[in-house]
Design a protein around this ligand. Structure first.
Ligand code: HEC
Ligand code: HEC
Length: 446
């Protein structure tokens, strides 16, 4: 062989071994292949989530451009118990925050069967010990008839809530007539995206008050001024700007350090063999990708009925029952029989950190969730058979396959460093996410 040829061969070899496109392990090859096949772009890179600092790569509302300032402000306001100024009883002032029901360590879910803000007491380690104070009647509590959704990767959802009722665009185009039927949906007329819209209403619903006096007394005035320099001063310290800041923060909650993300970016050792098999099942035989199809593994466009039980059926939830509008999902919003019992397809990162699964908290382990999909038999006889998703059917996975898929959900999709998104303090200096006496002890504030 002449020297030039030898040199060319060496170069080719080197290039091949260095290029991240070449995978030696057949398990990696197979996983890459199913990802290429299932992604709408034909390329596994579709599933790579953006860096939290690469703000322009994160899906956003054109009327709420992401800025580091707004994200930093929202990061405090979301946990700020100082906003809890409209409780049922005055003694609860300053006791709760958004994060009472969306706790970072448990996937921004409540860590128990149902979220309780006003009228709740205690925290435990991650919300599991929170309960109703006996000083509140059930119907005086701030609780809802569905489990709080995870807020991780929420930038990938367009119309928010389990029924997708917030936000006037996307799946809700043409639903204007429905907004006036429900006072809570009047905010859709403001023309923001779903997330920004819901969070304006969320501040009212969760009994918080924001006005110039409150913003000033808690110490946030200057930061609002920096974040919203082009907003008229008489409109700068209200629910809208507060929602924009909180929404900007929530959009930055990207699970980009999950092992599956590292694997996608070229670190083949980030996943174990069992997790790689689990990933192949998710994007292959188990068919999960048919509904959980976005980069965050949610689905912003379609709502499905899996026939799961509702929250009241756990027997552990407050102030909900068979007639609760939240049991009907999308159908409650659209009033169409066809949409009854259909729910949004939630994102799946860090959901395994939670304690209860599905809108009605009917499952408490990931094994039970995956076995439910594997069996493909609805547990709730009240859901009409014709509304159940056609993709919900027996999957014939072996016990071993179920284990692998569970591992994919519990390890590959869990960003272990999610606490980077929680603040170390809020400007009021209050205890957070809760500030009632029992929580203060649990949280080490006493
Ligand atoms: C009392 C518990 C509770 C508190 C406090 C709370 N939430 Fe929620 N959150 C929920 C529940 C329950 C849902 C699902 C409700 C539904 O879909 O009907 C939810 C859903 C959401 C969603 C929709 C996510 C999606 O994927 O569609 C967003 C966004 C959200 N909450 C933000 C907030 C913000 C911001 C605050 C503070 C202003 C807050 N929440 C306070 C219980 C709570
Ligand atoms: C027909 C579409 C569809 C398919 C197929 C599907 N899902 Fe889902 N998934 C949903 C919907 C809709 C929900 C919410 C249902 C509810 O709570 O009422 C959900 C909820 C979940 C949850 C609970 C999330 C939470 O916040 O509680 C997990 C975990 C999950 N799916 C994993 C999977 C896995 C694993 C597979 C494959 C075996 C799968 N899904 C297949 C539509 C689907």
């Amino acid at each position: 062989m002449n020297r030039t040829l030898l040199f060319a061969c060496l170069c080719a070899l080197l290039l091949q071994s260095c290029s991240s496109d070449q995978l030696a392990d057949p398990l990696d090859q197979k996983l890459r292949k199913v990802l290429n096949q299932t992604s709408p772009t034909g390329d596994y890179n579709y599933y790579i989530l953006p860096e939290s600092t690469s703000l322009s790569s994160i899906p956003q509302d054109p009327r709420n451009e992401l800025t580091p300032g707004k994200i930093a402000l929202g990061k405090m306001l979301f946990f700020e118990t100082g906003l809890a100024l409209d409780p049922t009883y005055e003694f609860s002032e300053g006791f709760y925050s958004c994060a009472s029901c969306h706790v970072p360590a448990v996937g921004f879910m409540p860590g128990r069967v149902q979220g309780i803000a006003d009228g709740g007491i205690g925290f435990g380690d991650n919300g599991e010990m929170r309960d109703r104070t006996i000083l509140y009647e059930e119907d005086e509590l701030d609780v809802q008839g569905a489990r709080p959704l995870s807020l991780i990767n929420v930038a990938y959802t367009t119309n928010t809530s389990w029924s997708g009722s917030f936000g006037g665009g996307d799946a809700n185009e043409g639903t204007e007539a429905l907004w006036d039927l429900d006072e809570a949906l009047e905010v859709n007329h403001l023309g923001f995206s779903g997330l920004e819209t819901q969070n304006i209403e969320g501040l009212h619903l969760h009994r918080m008050i924001v006005n110039p006096e409150v913003v000033d007394s808690l110490g946030y005035k200057e930061i609002y001024d920096e974040c919203f320099p082009f907003t008229e001063e008489n409109e700068r310290y209200n629910e809208i700007t507060t929602s924009l800041a909180i929404s900007a923060y929530l959009r930055s909650l990207i699970s980009n350090e999950a092992p599956f993300q590292s694997w996608l970016k070229g670190d083949e050792d980030a996943l174990s063999d069992a997790e790689k098999r689990g990933g192949q099942l998710f994007f292959g035989k188990a068919g999960c990708f048919r509904c959980h199809s976005s980069p965050a593994l949610n689905n912003a466009d379609n709502f499905y009925a899996l026939g799961v039980n509702n929250l009241y059926e756990t027997g552990e939830a407050f102030n909900t029952g068979p007639d609760d509008q939240r049991n009907f999902g999308r159908g409650f919003f659209t009033k169409k029989e066809d949409d009854m019992h259909k729910f949004k397809v939630p994102q799946l990162y860090n959901v395994a950190e939670g304690t209860h699964f599905f809108h009605g908290s009917s499952k408490t382990t990931m094994h039970d969730v995956v076995r439910y999909f594997n069996l493909g038999i609805p547990e709730n006889s009240l859901v009409p058979a014709e509304n159940i998703a056609s993709q919900f059917h027996p999957l014939n996975m072996t016990e071993g396959e179920v284990d692998d898929l569970v591992l994919f959900l519990e390890k590959s999709l869990v960003d272990e460093n999610i606490e980077r998104y929680a603040p170390t303090s809020v400007l009021s200096g209050n205890c957070f996410p809760n500030n009632d006496p029992a929580s203060r002890v649990a949280l080490g504030c006493e």
